[in-house]
Design a protein around this ligand. Sequence first.
Ligand code: AMP
Ligand code: ZN
Length: 468
Amino acid sequence: MKVYNTQSKRKEEFEPLVPGKVSMYVCGPTVYNFIHIGNARPMIVFDTARRYMEHKGYEVNYVSNFTDVDDKIIAKANEEGVTAQEISERYIAECKKDMEGMNVKPATTHPLATQEIDGMIEMIQTLIDKGYAYNVDGTVYFRTKKFKDYGKLSHKNLDDLRSGNRSLLVTGEDQKEDPLDFVLWKPKKEGEPSWPSPWSDGRPGWHIECSVMAKKYLGEEIDIHAGGEDLIFPHHENEIAQSECCNGKPFAKYWLHNAFLNIDNRKMSKSLGNFFTVREISEKYDLQVLRFFMLSAHYRSPLNFSAELMEASANGLERIRNAVSNLGYLLESAADGEMTAQEQKQLDEVMAFETKFDEAMDDDFNTADAIAAIFELVKYANSNASAENTKAFVQTVRDEIIKLCDVLGVIAEEQQELLDEEIEKLIQERQEARKAKNFARADEIRNQLLEQGITLLDTREGVKWKRA
Ligand code: AMP
Ligand code: ZN
């Protein structure tokens, strides 16, 4: 498998530090509002990378944080007259609901910045002790000049940045030794949440949280660090500086960055006001369509959001789901028994689509080509599977489509809700089975309904039922 590493600017063969295991850190959202579909892009694409690596047999330890202390959270809390904690807890819960809707697996660990302050103080102290950080009146800065590799990820010209940033220095920052030095700890302002530290009552800068959480939950050296491309500089550059100077080891082996989700060819963002929340989209579309749309482009290509493309994704997904449900109908009439010699031969053709899928995903998670392979398989199924086939063959083809979609986190098998009259019919059948003392069948029906979230109540007036 090859992955594109932002640091080397080329595709590299993926070799994890420990064979068979992958440690992966993905920067998560700042929780002061509902997430927008731009924020959803890294969630979906890196969840897909994780699923693919799991499909290949890797054990993936996936860590993604929630930034729950930040200026924007504090501003929102003041606006509503509630605590910052209330705001962050509310939007973490909402974000998790959106993730579930998009079929994004929960991370192995979802650490919260506010729960990791001790670790941050410890790392900052180590950086001060080693001469990589300095305290000026309660604010601690990282001394970028001391880290020779500063700039290695973003490939920026530091001299240009220095001269550019000099004029941008905000008041209060003129105490920095160098315009590129960044904050590790800052003293509190009135009305802000704060924690005691050796330097001041205050709170951490943003970058330090990820260095600390990655170290605590994954170790000093990790395989993959990922996030949106806007995080390359300064966030990820600063994470490297902090982690490598503190630990004395290379931090992440592979740096992966997704391109932006745009609207009218401009980055979708809260500050530009040109965004749709995942929640808004869920009112118009099944969120599976959103996921399918995100995966229709390579994660490093900009993707423009439009109603037309969403419609095309909805149609594409429907084409796959129709094929799966048609194969389901064929199963009912297909013949029992072993696959024919002809079907065995056809199976090789079916498996060739999986090879194509894997080759696309092995090439830096090319989900666009992987989806194309699924469409080819669907087309093959539509024109080659019929009522003349054996159950074994139809089942294999159907399972294959569902499996490949599942690797992408796309649900191809629609969970059909039972209609009221179908439920009534099953209840009737159960009553007849009981009368005939066929209790096994009666129980089977009760369990079948239970699996669909329907409970039965035997009352004096007869059987009543309700949905969960
Ligand atoms: P934030 O809450 O702004 O820190 O963003 C959380 C994640 O979403 C980061 O990885 C960002 O890079 C990513 N992100 C934000 N806006 C977009 C966008 N329009 N397209 C793609 N990724 C984005
Ligand atoms: Zn981060």
